[in-house]
Write a protein that binds this ligand. Structure first.
Ligand SMILES: [Zn+2]
Length: 326
């Protein structure tokens, strides 16, 4: 049962990437790859990615936004002291690196703007090729981790990048504390009972938008207990039969969404906190009606939250959820 509902790879992650984790600390190998014609560099500036053809606020793009991928010669031209290079991995004989401009610099910004437009990946990603989106997400996540860890958390000395960006080491010899890129696990769960599923909305979301219950896993807590706790806190509903569905990196700035299905023990909604503006039970008919008359909206189809709703919705009835999304 559990194996059947596992999705292979969700958007923002790609099975095509060979990360070569075992070679990250081999400086000679990294340098050789970095300077080879097959190396491509993904610039990250101030948590923004660089696009050839970005979205203007009120204009839809005619073609999908493509990232600017630079050769080694090009990144050398915009070199500055805050530039850090991280090895990401290989796809089809191309070696991908992130080049992070770690602090704001007018000159660097102007050089990058001559090559494309800087934009927030989150705003654009749903229109992108999935492999490109996952590479940019990876580059952004690693760059963000570096920008948050410039100083040692034990002694306050500056940290130094190691293992081609996959480790930070305290520069104080007496301390030498090592830190590794962190990911914050968050559960997201589709709750169902009978022919209904439980969805909720937050106050700041677009009008009519509903999604699954989600929340961060706490220290000393298992994923299953985080599901039970979050659902109970936010809705007052007790759940059991918790089954893993699939996961999705969500590097805004550093989460991993871990998707589940769960069965509700009761229909009674009585939230214990004020995180949500509304929680309600939906039948498939209510979803069909809401999506058709546009009083209901769901998250982007690339998201694990949509996939969870879709998996439940498509299990019975002839209408497929994607056919209702315009
Ligand atoms: Zn230290």
């Amino acid at each position: 049962m559990a194996a059947k509902i596992q999705s292979p790879v969700n958007f923002l992650s790609t099975s095509e990437l060979n990360r070569y984790a075992e070679l990250r600390s081999d400086e000679k190998w990294i340098e050789k790859k970095m300077k080879s014609p097959s190396a491509l560099f993904i610039p990250v500036y101030n948590n923004k990615n660089l696009f050839k053809n970005s979205l203007q606020p009120k204009h839809e793009p005619e073609i999908n936004p493509n990232p600017v991928l630079l050769p080694y010669s090009e990144i050398n031209k915009i070199k500055n002291e805050s530039q850090l290079i991280y090895f990401l991995g290989e796809i089809g004989d191309k070696y991908y690196f992130a080049v992070n401009y770690n602090s704001e610099n007018e000159e660097v910004e102007q050089s990058l703007l001559k090559l494309g437009s800087l934009d927030d990946l989150r705003r654009i990603m749903s229109l992108m090729n999935p492999v490109n989106a996952s590479l940019l997400a990876y580059a952004r996540a690693l760059s963000h981790w570096h920008s948050q860890n410039k100083y040692c958390s034990l002694c306050g000395t500056k940290t130094k990048s190691a293992a081609s960006g996959h480790k930070l080491v305290c520069d104080n010899k007496a301390c030498s504390f090592e830190t590794f890129p962190r990911t914050d696990p968050a559960i997201i769960v589709l709750i169902s009972k009978g022919n209904k599923c439980l969805l909720a909305r937050q106050k700041h979301w677009p009008r009519g938008q509903y999604s699954n219950i989600a929340g961060f896993v706490e220290p000393g807590e298992s994923l299953e207990l985080a599901v039970k706790r979050e659902v109970f806190e936010e809705t007052g509903v007790l759940v059991n039969n918790i089954l893993y569905h699939s996961s999705q990196p969500w590097p805004f700035p550093g989460s991993l969404m871990i998707g589940f299905h769960a069965s509700a023990e009761n229909f009674n909604i009585s939230p214990h906190d004020n995180e949500l503006e509304d929680v309600r039970w939906f039948t498939r008919q209510m979803i069909i009606k809401g999506l058709s008359d546009k009083t209901l909206r769901f998250p982007f189809p690339i998201s694990v939250s949509f996939k969870l709703i879709e998996h439940w919705f498509n299990k019975s009835g002839k209408v497929k959820l994607r056919s209702l999304i315009k």
